[in-house]
Design a protein around this ligand. Sequence first.
Ligand code: ADP
Ligand code: MG
Length: 729
Amino acid sequence: MSNLRFKVVEEAFKKRPLDVPAPKERPSEYFGKYVFNREKMFKYLPLATYEKLREVIEKRIPLDLAVADEVARGMKRWAMEMGATHCTHWFQPLTEGTAEKHDAFVEHDGKGGMLENFSGKELVQQEPDASSFPNGGIRSTFEARGYSAWDPASPVFIVGDTLMIPTVFISYTGEALDYKAPLKKSLAAIDRAATAVAQLFDRHVHHVNVNLGWEQEYFLVDEGLYAARPDLLLTGRTLMGHDSAKNQQMDDHYFGAIPERVAAFMKDLEIQALELGIPCKTRHNEVAPNQFELAPIFEECNLAVDHNMLIMSLMRKIARKHGFRCLLHEKPFAGINGSGKHNNWSLTTDTGVLLHAPGKTPEDNLRFITFIVETLMAVYRHNGLIKASIMSATNSHRLGAHEAPPAIISSFLGSQVAELLDRVESSTKDELFTMEGKHGVRLDIPQIPELMIDNTDRNRTSPFAFTGNRFEFRAVGSSANCASAMLTLNTAVAEALTDFRRRVDALMAGGEGKISAILDVLREDIKTCKPIRFDGNGYSDEWKEEAARRGLDCETSCPLVIDRYLDPESIDMYESMHVMNRHELEARNEIKWETYQKKIQIEARVLGDICMNHIIPVATKYQSELVDNVHKIYSVFPPEKAKELTAYNVDLIEKINKHTNFIAENVEKMVERRKEVNRIENIREKAIAYHDDIAPYMDSIRYHVDKLELIVEDEMWTLPKYRELLFVR
Ligand code: ADP
Ligand code: MG
């Protein structure tokens, strides 16, 4: 059959799982094989250098160049033993991916030959000519200096023949051009603020760390089918496609047996991820057909972010090896679940955990309540901004769809913690509180041991849910850099904690006892942040009305949501916490609006092209066949009879006309409107126009394309259908 679609489906069906040989060693032995971790530092660095580097990492102090030279020497020796020939600074520009520029380990030897070299300076700093990275005008092309600087807190690693050095990326004037620089500043801010608060309860606390455990959702689609869909190829999502008759309604994919070709991919991915030091733990099928999830054990936030960036690039690469394409887009298919990236966020001190209850003593419980309440205060005060931190052209398709959190930030605490806060709020004395922990439940099933039941219930519909010892931020998009959400959350919590400590200190300075001062401030805050607490169904329409009444940010338009970054209280928050300044925020917003506008522009162009040179020609061809058939019937039968016999086809001919006319007219209108909108100079206005005027065309055009897909003869339809994209593997 000449139909490309049939051909790729047939080929996809024939593909067998790749054989992925199990490593000879156990995971604990090959974990971190390609990472210059503590163990290798110890082996390859002189002891004094090792100690200095350890100090830099642990005490978070700057590295001096003499030490860097020693470190580089040891690193080079290790990297060359591992077969590396090149090195690169690996950074996270605002394009959402990662960037790298490889340099070989070679230099002139001064005698006409070459020698292998890698200096401390090359390790510590590079100057990738970076005028073509988005910078929102911070760095104009003629002064295209961008510097990348090593982040010793994230160990270097080897991919293929290249030593990868995690770096921050900043401009000539020191402003951040990436995600890592402000993330690290936010981690320092929360460390300062949370340590000051934790010391109210335990003066031995010196540092507070943020942990992040992300859960990465993704789709796999056979590569042949993918290549036959120009929309997937160019935009990462399907711009058309009628629902498959069967999709996820049976709930039979979630946690189901993993398909063999996919299992081989997962095995390969996990081995390579473990070798790169990513502690993979969980894998399973997700709700939608061909949708899956991978989650590692949580790590320190900065490292976890790097590991997530790395896993996304590994997923893409390894998927291709297995004949798949990995879709990280938040909503590759309409009508079924999209993909998110739950960010499990928690705080630990150098002496223990902060968000865990019940503690050993009532004072521990008070500390727990303090950190819960101040996190809620942060999320309440900046709920619009926190939404902005996860908003993008791609994620906006998912938010508010039936499976994802709405575009309103609220927090679920579970009944036990909620009751506890109510008790603190209504208490008048300075009493301390006890809590119940996990309790054993004896089951009346033979041979099944007693189960430990958690003290928190769950609510899948909440965008920011407390789950026992962490908050789970579920609104983050699957393709996003986690740093965007994390740095905003960290900064907001740092601000809330700073404010908390300041108010407690003021009361204590006025002669009030510590516990009493803490309780007074908590009572006030519990009242203030109440509107952010919501334990009901976040997917319901009643909640949208209720949230608006409570004054929560309910905006859904991506370009307008992004405005929140430039609210005075947002700028004040970032500046007072020393994370970003107004200029950086303004520059970043320019990039966000531009990215939004360009994405919609590309989608609109792709949709227009496919309509004009696939959909309409195919539909017209089918229509001609129908016309032919009608003619032929009239040539055989008397008119009366022929009319009766052709009624169905004549009706189809008209329907096809209706749809193709609509599509052709609206593609043209969309193109015309684009021409007008493209003349808008102000990038924010342009993004808004794309949202308000262009995006709606795409939905209405799609509706008619999908109707045609149902009408046109299957054999003529060249674009792989949902049922194939989602079920062939
Ligand atoms: P679920 O899907 O039920 O939320 P998963 O097991 O898929 O659970 O994911 C839980 C994620 O939360 C994992 O990445 C895990 O490492 C992370 N996590 C568990 N405890 C913490 C914690 N204290 N801080 C941060 N992340 C955590
Ligand atoms: Mg989860």
